[in-house]
Design a protein around this ligand. Structure first.
Ligand SMILES: *Cc1c(COP(=O)(O)O)cnc(C)c1O
Length: 396
């Protein structure tokens, strides 16, 4: 892995004064995965997938269908359950290939994971029907679609179980949810995630905000506690270095690793608190507004084009996905300038080849995702868009 500079603007939402509905109006109800009946707030989306598999009674040798376009944190929980992942293809518009799914159904197929990529919805009624007909459990992966409505129902209401990755939408260190609109969830079984983890969660959220010059008003009050945290943390690390200890899960540190010890652990109290008092309406409207602005700026350039041509009414985007003609050349140039880029599906599971799904291979290579989250300022966005445009004009 090459070392690129820290992104010049925040890749993920960071806490600001405007984030919280204490300071701004949050009048309208904003439909989200939290509108489902049974909810467990845990520390990550991948842990929620593992818990869904367990609730469904997935056992050794069962097959779980997974989209060929995926990240490894969708596959790891399946291996943890000792089940076998089998990959199905998606179409070039990222809608799942129903025909390929149908062809892959055997008596051993017990569950399917379906992802609303980048916040854009899958045809859930059709998928739900197919699952019912074949007695397959449906796990709706709302990691990119915390908010939204599909066929007049909130996201996450189609799956037998549904999961989300709260960190992708809120300015928090940890957070995922497991929900079900139809099945009970024994969330009283959740265990507290520990005092040290809770402190780390709070300090990290504040630290991220300070790094990007948000919440500067608090710095005089928190400078010393944060310094103290750094010192004591590096001391602790020194003492326990040989044990390679970490307090936070990989999911909170930008990795894809899956650690089963986080199963059944509750979201940290600070993350729960910030999620709770976040202005959800602002998250939804700002993301849509930013997406549309960036789309307009990037839709008529040479060398790249947005993946989707429209932003449907009930979609709250996670990011804006853009296809590049010359990704290998452009990626390091953008990264070295501090442009924040996500690459969902950059590494696909072994065995996912062109024969399985050539769209996934193509997107894995050519698709970059840029943030459109609620905490980007207009100047952040203009800087990002102009840097992308200038880079393409110069190097394409
Ligand atoms: C991020 C992600 C997950 C896992 O969520 P974490 O909170 O990172 O564990 C699952 N599915 C998709 C599609 C994701 O992008």
């Amino acid at each position: 892995m090459e070392d690129y500079p820290r992104p010049a603007i925040p890749l993920h939402p960071v806490l600001s004064r405007k984030s919280l509905s204490l300071f701004t109006m949050d009048a309208a109800r904003t439909p989200s995965i939290l509108d489902n009946k049974n909810i467990a707030l845990v520390t990550s989306g991948r842990v929620a997938i593992a818990m869904a598999l367990r609730e469904l009674g997935i056992k050794k040798g069962d097959i779980v269908l997974i989209p060929a376009y995926h990240c490894s944190s969708m596959v790891e929980p399946v291996l943890w359950a000792e089940a076998i992942p089998v990959f199905f293809s998606i179409n070039s518009d990222t809608i799942v290939n129903i025909e390929d799914i149908t062809n892959k159904i055997t008596p051993d197929v017990k569950a399917i994971l379906v992802t609303h990529y980048f916040g854009f919805h899958q045809p859930m009624l059709q998928i739900q029907q197919l699952c019912k007909k074949n007695n397959i459990a449906l796990i709706e992966d709302c990691a990119h679609s915390f908010f939204g409505i599909i066929d007049n129902q909130p996201v996450g209401s189609f799956g037998d179980y549904s999961i989300a990755s709260s960190m992708k939408f809120f300015p928090i260190y940890d957070g995922g949810c497991l929900v079900s609109s139809t099945r009970p969830l024994d969330s009283s079984g959740l265990r507290p995630s520990g005092v040290r983890f809770n402190i780390k969660s709070l300090l990290n959220t504040l630290e991220q905000a300070f790094e990007y010059n948000r919440l500067n008003i608090l710095i005089p009050f928190l400078y010393w506690p944060l310094k103290l945290k750094d010192w004591s943390w590096s001391l602790v690390k020194k003492i326990f270095l040989h044990k390679k200890i970490t307090i936070g899960p990989g999911s909170s540190e930008g990795g894809y690793s899956f650690d089963p010890s986080w199963i059944d652990k509750e979201i940290s109290a600070p993350s729960r608190f910030f999620m709770c008092i976040s202005n959800k309406q602002r998250i939804a409207t700002e993301r849509r507004k930013n997406y549309q602005y960036i789309y307009k700026q990037l839709s008529a350039i040479n060398g790249a084009r947005p993946l989707y041509n429209t932003l449907p009414e009930n979609v709250v985007p996670y990011v804006i996905p853009v296809i590049f003609d010359n990704p290998e050349k452009i990626f390091p140039i953008l990264k070295n300038q501090g442009v924040p880029i996500l690459r969902f599906g950059e590494t696909l599971w072994e065995g996912v080849t062109e024969n399985v799904c050539n769209t996934s291979i193509r997107l894995s290579r050519q698709l970059f995702q840029f943030p459109c989250h609620q905490e980007l300022s207009q100047s952040d966005i203009d800087w990002m868009v102009n840097t992308i445009k200038e880079t393409l004009e110069t190097y394409h």
